[in-house]
Design a protein around this ligand. Sequence first.
Ligand SMILES: C[S@@+](CC[C@H](N)C(=O)[O-])C[C@H]1O[C@@H](n2cnc3c(N)ncnc32)[C@H](O)[C@@H]1O
Length: 291
Amino acid sequence: MVTVATAERLRAACAQEISQYEHGHFHDRPWLREAFLAVPREAFVPDRVWWPHRSAEDGLFPLLDRAARPRQWLRAVYRARSPLITQIADGAILPDAPTDCADFTGSISCPAVVVDMLHHLDPQPGERILEIGTGTGYNTALLAVRVGAATVTSVEIDKTLAEHAAAALHAVVHVPQLVVADGEEGYPPGAPYDRIISTAAVRQVPQAWIDQVRPGGVILAPLDSPFQCDGLALLVADGHGGAGGAFVGAVDFMKTRGQREPRRYADLGWPTWAEHRITIEAGQQRIRTPS
Ligand SMILES: C[S@@+](CC[C@H](N)C(=O)[O-])C[C@H]1O[C@@H](n2cnc3c(N)ncnc32)[C@H](O)[C@@H]1O
């Protein structure tokens, strides 16, 4: 039987695994480990989700069904490096069977990435936080535990996903402000924010985010890259309509709805391949991009 104790044991084991990773994660963030252990991730995962890797047997994305195979479902919930797919093709594919369709439009991000992003966001108690992409509400819950629900706003574009998140949040924490809207526009009524986190990737950082974060405030967002992954961009607003920063990691997120269409990387400010310089001297390899 799957019990609360089983879930707690799996959560602790997952936390232990994440603790051993080198970069970001729980390091120097005791509050983050405590929040991770306090929030039951299983409360946010729908009863039927897809595993994000194709089965070797039939090539389909397997369906994990809590009622049919509760242990398998719960183990998947606490796999440190696996997201679970909560929506495909904007809900056109129902979660009632394995599927061939890889058009993932909703997920619960994997625990390791959730923790890593919160590490880099570094939210402080009482700060005003805007989250883009509520999804299941799991990351929102961790933010509410850390910051306090009163100053957290989370925006989700998909009404069905937002309703599921709201119900899960109600059961677990004090509920932050939840908004169904296009998060690329931020949420002006709550501005200025101390920190903005997006759990959907963008090809171009929306100006609204920069405009709605206070001078010196932080924007953390997956930014599409030419490297088959998103760079996790950590930006600081300059107070004059601009922002600057660096990449702090590599992640893989679904794009915001309005930025699904591919664009030319050159138009998005990326250096061309030829501009990256590779040198190897005395066995020391260096790769430089133009400054
Ligand atoms: C990777 S999922 C979020 C995962 C979530 N943080 C969690 O762990 O449950 C990305 C979410 O962003 C949402 N999304 C996509 N475009 C959006 C937009 N323009 N505004 C707000 N939410 C958006 C998707 O519907 C999806 O729920």
